[in-house]
Design a protein around this ligand. Structure first.
Ligand SMILES: C[S@@+](CC[C@H](N)C(=O)[O-])C[C@H]1O[C@@H](n2cnc3c(N)ncnc32)[C@H](O)[C@@H]1O
Length: 480
C-alpha cells in the first residue's frame, strides 16, 4: 500500500516519559500535566533519537505492535514495541525509551499499511492520549484484544491454545459509548484554560473541545467546566458520569467556597444535575449528585456518584452482569470480593441465596449495604480489604460454593488466590481489567486445582487496547 503519515505530524519531543493516559477506574493519580513540552535538548539527555524501519509481527499487551528492525538498523536483535502501528505493517519508528533489549517507539511514517488500518474517527487521533487504537478497524481491535489475552495466557500461565471468546453484546456502539470520564485541567500563566487528556506518551495536556467516544450528554457536560475556570485551582481533575442522559460532575481539590458553590448552582439544568466539590476534608453537594444507574428487569440498580467506580460502557456492562449471573448460577453460598456498589452482586444475590460481599471503599460499601437491605438479600456486607477478610474466612474454615472477584489492575496475587481456593468449593468467576495479572493469577489458580474453563473479552472500551475479561475457573478436586 502507499506510504501514509502516521496520523498527525509526530514530533520528536513527544518522548514517552510515563504511562499512557488512564483508561480504567483504578488508575493512579497522574503526574501534573505541563503546558508545553520541555525543549527537545532537555529530553535528548534521557532518550536516544534513533529511527529504524520496523516490520511488525504481532500485538503486545498495552496496545503496542511488536517487531524487529529490518536492514540497516544498528541492532537487529532488539525488539521494538511501537505505538501507532499494527501487525504486518512496515513503519519508520522513532525510539523513545530503551530497556535492556526492548525499544519503545512511536510510528512516524507508515511504509506499508495493514488492511486493518483505517482513517481515525477523531481529529485528535495520535495526539490525544485518551484512545490508542483509533486507527484500527473495530473488528481488528476485537481480534487484537483476544490475541493479546491468548498470548498472555500462553506466556505467563503456560496455557497453550486457549480459545478466547468475545462477550456477545446486543447493541455495542464504537463511538459515543463512554459514560464515565476523568479529564485534567490546567490554567496557564497566560490565563488560557485547557481541559482534556494528556498527549499520547507525554505529560502535556491536550485541550479537548469534543470527544467522540463520550456519550453526547457527557461530552457536552464536560465542556461546561470551562465556565468555572476562573474559580478553579491552577490545575486539577474533573470527573463526569452520565447517569442516563443527565450528568453529574465531580471536582477534586476544590474548596467549596460560597463563590464557587453559587457558580455551580447557576450551572445546574436538565443536563448537569449535580456537582460534587471535594477540597481537603470539605465536601459539598450541589444539586443531585447520587443517582441509580443500570436498573435491570427487576428494577435493581446501583447508587453511584461522580467519583464512584462505574464500568465505562453501559451496554457491555449489562452483558457482563448476565455472564457473571450464568457462571455463578446455583444455590450455594457466594463470596464476592471487590464488590463496589453492587454491580455484580445483582448477578447472584436473591432472597434465597446466602452470601458475603466485600468492599473497602466506604461510600461504595454503604451503597451496597443499602441495596442489600432494600432487596432483603441474605448477604453480609463486609467493609474491609479483600486480602484480610478472606484470610480470616479461611482461618475460620468458611466455605462458599462460588467466589466472584473483580479486582483493580493489580489482580489478586499468589496469597489471595491461595486463600480464595481454600474457601471455594466449585467455581471462581474472575472479572479482570488486565490480561497480564489475570494470566499470572490463572497460573496460581492452576497450582491450587482450579482450571480455566472459559474466558471472554468484553469490548468495554472500543478505540482503546483496554481488554475487560471474564473468566470461569472450576475446581478439579485436586487441591494443594
Ligand atoms: C474494578 S472495581 C469493581 C467494582 C464492582 N465489582 C463493579 O463492577 O462496579 C474494584 C473495586 O474494588 C475496590 N477495592 C480495591 N481494592 C480493594 C481491596 N484491597 N479490598 C476490597 N476492595 C477493594 C474498589 O473500591 C472498587 O470498588
Amino acid at each position: 500500500m502507499a506510504r501514509r503519515s502516521a496520523g498527525r505530524r509526530i514530533r520528536a519531543e513527544r518522548a514517552d516519559d510515563g504511562p499512557q493516559g488512564s483508561r480504567s477506574g483504578q488508575e493512579r493519580a497522574p503526574p501534573s500535566p505541563v503546558v508545553e513540552p520541555p525543549p527537545v535538548v532537555y529530553l535528548l539527555r534521557s532518550v536516544s533519537v534513533e529511527t529504524a524501519t520496523i516490520h511488525l509481527r504481532t500485538m503486545a499487551h498495552g496496545g503496542l505492535a511488536v517487531g524487529h528492525p529490518t536492514g540497516e538498523a544498528a541492532s537487529l536483535r532488539d525488539t521494538w514495541f511501537v505505538a501507532g502501528a499494527l501487525p504486518h505493517e512496515r513503519v519508520r519508528a522513532l525510539a523513545e525509551r530503551r530497556r535492556r533489549g526492548a525499544v519503545f517507539a512511536r510510528a512516524v511514517e507508515i511504509l506499508q499499511a495493514s488492511s486493518d488500518r483505517r482513517e481515525p474517527p477523531c481529529a485528535l487521533a495520535g495526539v490525544c492520549g485518551g484512545c490508542d487504537w483509533l486507527f484500527a478497524a473495530p473488528d481488528a481491535q476485537a481480534r487484537f484484544r483476544r490475541q493479546v489475552v491468548s498470548e498472555q495466557l500462553r506466556r505467563i500461565a503456560g496455557l497453550e491454545g486457549v480459545q478466547v471468546g468475545t462477550l456477545a453484546v446486543g447493541e455495542a456502539p464504537e463511538l459515543g459509548y463512554r459514560r464515565r470520564v476523568k479529564m485534567h485541567y490546567l490554567r496557564g500563566e497566560d490565563g488560557a484554560f485547557r481541559l482534556g487528556f494528556r498527549r499520547a506518551g507525554a505529560h502535556v495536556l491536550e485541550d479537548v473541545t469534543t470527544c467522540p467516544v463520550l456519550t453526547g450528554a457527557l461530552d457536552a457536560a464536560m465542556q461546561r467546566v470551562r465556565a468555572l475556570a476562573d474559580r478553579l485551582p491552577r490545575q486539577g481533575n474533573v470527573f463526569g458520569l452520565d447517569v442516563g442522559g443527565r450528568v453529574v460532575l465531580g471536582l477534586s481539590g476544590v474548596r467549596p467556597t460560597p463563590e464557587i458553590v453559587a457558580r455551580c448552582e447557576a450551572m445546574l439544568d436538565e443536563l448537569v444535575v449535580g456537582i460534587e466539590l471535594r477540597g481537603g476534608r470539605m465536601r459539598r453537594h450541589v444539586g443531585v449528585t447520587r443517582c441509580i444507574v443500570d436498573r435491570d428487569a427487576s428494577g435493581t440498580g446501583v447508587r453511584v456518584g461522580p467519583f464512584s467506580f462505574v464500568q465505562a460502557n453501559a451496554e457491555v456492562n449489562a452483558a457482563l452482569v448476565e455472564r457473571v449471573r450464568a457462571h455463578a448460577a446455583g444455590d450455594g453460598r457466594v463470596l464476592e470480593l471487590y464488590a463496589g456498589a453492587g454491580n455484580l452482586t445483582r448477578a447472584w444475590a436473591c432472597r434465597s441465596r446466602r452470601g458475603m460481599a466485600v468492599e473497602y471503599d466506604r461510600e461504595a460499601a454503604k451503597a451496597l449495604g443499602n441495596l442489600v437491605r432494600a432487596r432483603r438479600w441474605p448477604v453480609a456486607v463486609r467493609r474491609g480489604r479483600a486480602e484480610r477478610v478472606v484470610a480470616a474466612l479461611r482461618g475460620e474454615g468458611e466455605r462458599f460454593a462460588a467466589t466472584v472477584v473483580d479486582p483493580p489492575r493489580a489482580g489478586l496475587g499468589e496469597k489471595l488466590v491461595a486463600d480464595v481456593c481454600a474457601v471455594t468449593e466449585d467455581v471462581v468467576v474472575y472479572v479482570s481489567c488486565d490480561a497480564a495479572t489475570f494470566a499470572r493469577d490463572a497460573k496460581a489458580f492452576r497450582g491450587h486445582g482450579f482450571e480455566l474453563e472459559r474466558v471472554e473479552v468484553a469490548d468495554m472500551m472500543p478505540q482503546t487496547s483496554h481488554a475487560e475479561l471474564v473468566g470461569l475457573f472450576r475446581g478439579t478436586g485436586r487441591r494443594s
